[in-house]
Design a protein around this ligand. Structure first.
Ligand code: FUC
Length: 875
């Protein structure tokens, strides 16, 4: 795969203002830092599901995940493998509701029991710098330590236990398994403990070997191993299932045929454990740290975190932060934690990261730990490219390649059902694909429809487009990217029909949008289905563009997807049939699907200023209430629109309210998408790019503006970027790699000056008036937007008065007109006027009132009350 480094072309550009004070790029490296970012606790996680979700320390390497509880008398390490599935039936939707639904399960718990109960000086930490979990305490003057890591190269969990007093370490090891829909056999002998399990309908086999290497004595006792008189003991755990990622596993209808004939996993588990023990703990640890740091160390972020903060526990920091204190350190930690979690849950050859990454607890994981394709799994990979972890995406790419033959069948069924005239001829369009929302390692469920439209495929396509744009990886282009993008574009174009010159998705739905929530208590409400909603149109347009640009897709002539429409509130319409914001569906819905063209898409951006302003208005109306991942999406959207302070406000809310004590994201329940989305959002605040253009600090919030730096973020075009700033200004930057020299866009000097206010329109004469900017001698520019055009038309510049008559637009010719008046400092007033009649306005006001407060039926359903508005506001 393409790696930076080789033949790296250096493009060193120093910001003019500070160029003289820095000698060269080496200074950036020298002045860079490696602060120790860690999660810290002064107590064990409670020995329960809640303890797992709140305070366990996740380690992993993609091959497996493990959660360290750190109990004094009994260590519990929940061990998971993303291929162990129980429950449900093949056709049923594997929702989390109902304990028996289909879903991934934990392999069980490694238990290490000690002959003591209470301890002094307890600490438990997870170092993000080295991917090590540590537990440390003292009992009766003897210091006991435990250290665990998950090695990607060795595919084992390794742990070292020590006692400061020779011979005083004694413990028993067992492996507890769960009961639902599985069988388990356990055997201890010599210094090994073996567990063989068989899970669910697909008869998944999982073999596990625990092996102990110690200076004490090991004895096997039934199903456990006992260690006595030790000073040091190393524990190696290798687990392996008989899952094989290949098209058959999705296509085969016979549940027992999916894995039939695959090699038994036991020999491999034994080989891995023996190889680890032969290498020895120290060598394994050194190789683990080298492997991990090769990815992790590529990016650093310094927002000013201090040593004093570093010494506090994560809980203390979070509690103070929730009360409004600042903690640059915690903000750095959450950013890097997302990178850590991606490295720990998605590596080449492993399963991709699911809703919980690679961590599970108990009989059945929340939401079954599926791959949800209406934003969640895609959000998992949003930081992969910008945060310099492109290799982590290879796990998803391989998964996608394997599921494509099954996804082709879904694409064909969708067309047969909804757009039969566009079903390809036999032998045509071999790469066609789409998935429904829910995908498990053994099955693709459903097809696009009422829950989310076919544009869902576009969210997946964006990952492949970004893979190419950020890395320019030609091998990946040929094998994965081109077929994925071209097959998707081919399918999406076929989902449209020409309606009066517009190519609109025939069956279209904005993800998870429900109507009648006010009248029926969820889940009695129904999903809203329509034609050509913004979500589908934006994703279709982006996918076709990407496929043409990157994959050489030629399938169609000119088509008009009309992906962005502005409505009478000045909003980006979610539905073509909507006039004012929120007329259809839930006012404060967690999904913001009408803005997918802003993130993860690129069609709405500061280069389309009228759309960007409409996007900001839409975000404000949608509101800040959201679940974890949905807050992260809002954070990314604000960042992309250039509003750093809004993005920062949501980052704070995420940390304070939507993370557990171990900083796992809370939907609730724990979903890892919000961790990844938050990390991606921070990267978007600091660096944005499109081909040929790199924007530095495009959404730097005031809270971070005094001083800071990042190193190693990636930009489209294959660049790696460092940047240092002070007082909101870039003082140094370095752009490496890539092809050619991109245009560098420095941040605007952003004043907080008050500007013009209260735009009014006298409709008979189309005269616009406003209250002046407070500063003397202000001069104004008047801009206008109509007909959903991406840019404003400049009507006047250099205006000294606060009056302007628009002679070139009027009602009712226009459905809406947005005016924007900007003063010399950049401060502005903006307002949308519409041709709506008084009757229509009154209806909308009354409609908003009818959206009464309904108590949410589930934690992810917002209170449905819409804000009160006045006739005057509607103008
Ligand atoms: C999508 C979201 C839900 C939840 C689920 C796992 O359906 O709308 O909020 O995150 O995925």
């Amino acid at each position: 795969m393409n790696r930076l480094g080789k033949n790296m072309k250096r493009v060193l550009v120093a910001a003019a203002a500070a160029a003289a004070t820095f000698a060269g790029a080496a200074d950036v490296r020298a002045s860079s830092f490696a602060p120790r970012h860690a999660l810290k606790f002064d107590r064990p996680a409670e020995d329960s599901h809640a303890g797992w979700e709140n305070e366990s320390l996740p380690i992993g390497c993609g091959w497996f995940g493990a959660s360290v509880f750190g109990g004094v008398a009994s260590e519990r390490i929940e061990f998971t493998d993303n291929t162990l599935l129980v429950g449900g039936n093949l056709d049923g939707i594997g929702r989390s509701s109902g304990r028996r639904g289909m879903g991934l399960t934990s392999a069980g718990c490694l238990r290490i029991d000690f002959p003591f109960g209470t301890a002094d000086g307890y600490t438990r930490s997870l170092s993000l710098d080295e991917a090590l979990a540590e537990v440390d305490f003292t009992v009766d003057g003897v210091r006991y330590t435990r250290e665990f890591f998950a090695s990607y190269p060795a595919r084992v969990l390794a742990g070292r236990l020590t006692a400061s007093k020779p011979g005083s370490l004694s413990f028993a090891v067992r492996f507890d398994t769960y009961k639902f829909d599985r069988t388990a056999e356990k055997r201890a002998s010599g210094r090994t403990l073996d567990v063989d399990q068989r899970f669910g309908k697909f008869a998944v086999r999982h073999a596990l070997r625990v092996l102990i290497d110690t200076d004490g004595t090991v004895t096997a006792d039934g199903e456990s191993l006992k260690v006595t008189g030790a000073t040091r003991a190393d524990v190696f755990l290798a687990g392996k299932s008989n899952y094989r990622l290949e098209p058959r596993v999705f296509l085969e209808p016979d549940p027992l045929g999916k894995l039939a004939g695959n090699p038994e996993p036991r020999p491999e588990a034994e080989r891995l454990a023996a190889a680890a023990a032969a290498a020895g703990y120290d060598a394994l640890k050194a190789a683990h740290i080298a492997d991990y740091r090769a990815l992790y160390d590529r990016v650093s972020l310094d927002l000013g975190g201090t040593d004093a903060e570093r010494k506090r526990t994560t809980l203390e920091l979070k509690a103070a932060y929730a009360k409004g204190e600042e903690s640059a350190y915690l903000e750095e930690v959450l950013f890097q934690f997302g990178r850590y979690l991606l490295i720990a849950s998605s590596r080449p050859g492993t399963m991709p990261a699911n809703l919980q990454g690679t961590w599970a607890c108990g009989e059945r994981s929340p939401w079954g730990s599926g791959y949800w394709h209406n934003i969640n799994v895609q959000m998992n990979y949003w930081p992969a490219f910008s945060c310099n972890l492109a290799e982590c995406f290879e796990a998803y790419a391989a998964f996608h390649e394997a599921l494509r033959p099954a996804a082709r069948k879904i694409a064909l069924s969708f067309l047969e059902k909804h757009v039969p005239e566009n079903v390809p001829e036999d032998g045509e369009s071999p790469d066609l694909w789409v998935t429904g929302c829910v995908v498990y390692p053994y099955a693709l469920q459903g097809m696009p429809g009422g829950n989310s439209g076919p544009g869902m495929g576009g969210l997946t396509g964006k990952m492949f487009a970004d893979w190419w744009d950020y890395t320019q990886d030609k091998a990946a282009l040929e094998r994965y990217i081109r077929p994925a993008l071209n097959g998707l574009a081919d399918f999406l174009v076929r989902t449209t029909r020409n309606y009066d010159g517009l190519n609109l998705a025939v069956l279209s739905a904005s993800p998870e949008m429900l109507v009648n929530v006010e009248r029926n208590v969820y889940p009695g409400a129904v999903a809203y289905q329509t034609v050509g909603c913004a979500f589908d149109q934006q994703m279709i347009a982006e996918s076709v563009d990407d496929a043409r640009r990157i994959g050489g897709f030629k399938g169609i002539g000119a088509m008009n997807f009309d992906p962005v429409q502005i409505g009478r509130s000045g909003q980006i319409k979610e539905y073509r049939e909507e006039n004012y914001y929120g007329e259809i569906g839930m006012y404060h819905h967690r999904h913001v699907s009408q803005l997918v063209g802003l993130m993860p898409g690129l069609m709405i951006s500061p280069l389309t200023p009228a759309w960007c302003d409409a996007a900001r208005l839409t975000l404000r109306e949608r509101g800040d209430w959201a679940t974890g991942w949905a807050l992260a999406h809002r954070l990314c959207l604000w960042a992309r629109s250039g509003s750093g302070d809004d993005a920062y406000r949501l980052y704070r809310t995420l940390i304070a309210e939507k993370t557990y004590a171990n900083l796992w994201d809370s939907h609730p329940p724990f979903q890892i998408d919000g961790n990844f989305g938050a990390t991606a959002g921070v990267a978007e605040m600091l660096l944005q790019s499109r081909l040929g253009e790199v924007r530095l600090l495009p959404a730097l919030p005031r809270a971070w503006s005094r001083k800071g730096s990042f190193r190693g973020l990636r930009a489209r075009g294959g660049y790696e970027v460092d940047c240092e700033w002070q007082d909101g200004k870039v003082v140094r930057f370095d752009v490496r790699g890539g092809a050619g020299r991109p245009k560098i866009v420095l941040p605007d000097a952003r004043g907080c000056a008050k500007g013009p206010a209260k735009l009014r329109l006298e409709r008979a004469s189309m005269t616009l008036s406003w209250e002046p900017s407070p500063q003397d001698g202000a001069v104004y520019t008047v801009l206008r937007n109509t007909q959903s055009l991406p840019e404003y038309v400049t009507l006047a510049t250099g205006l000294k008065s606060c009056l302007f008559t628009d002679k070139t637009a009027s009602f009712p010719q226009e459905d809406y007109i947005t005016y924007k008046v900007v003063d010399g400092s950049g401060a502005f007033a903006i307002k949308t006027f519409s041709r709506a009649t008084r009757l229509e306005k009154q209806r909308y006001l009354n409609f908003l009132r009818s959206k009464g407060a309904v108590e949410p039926g589930a934690p992810w359903i917002p209170n449905t009350k819409a804000p009160e508005k006045s006739l005057e506001e509607l103008e």
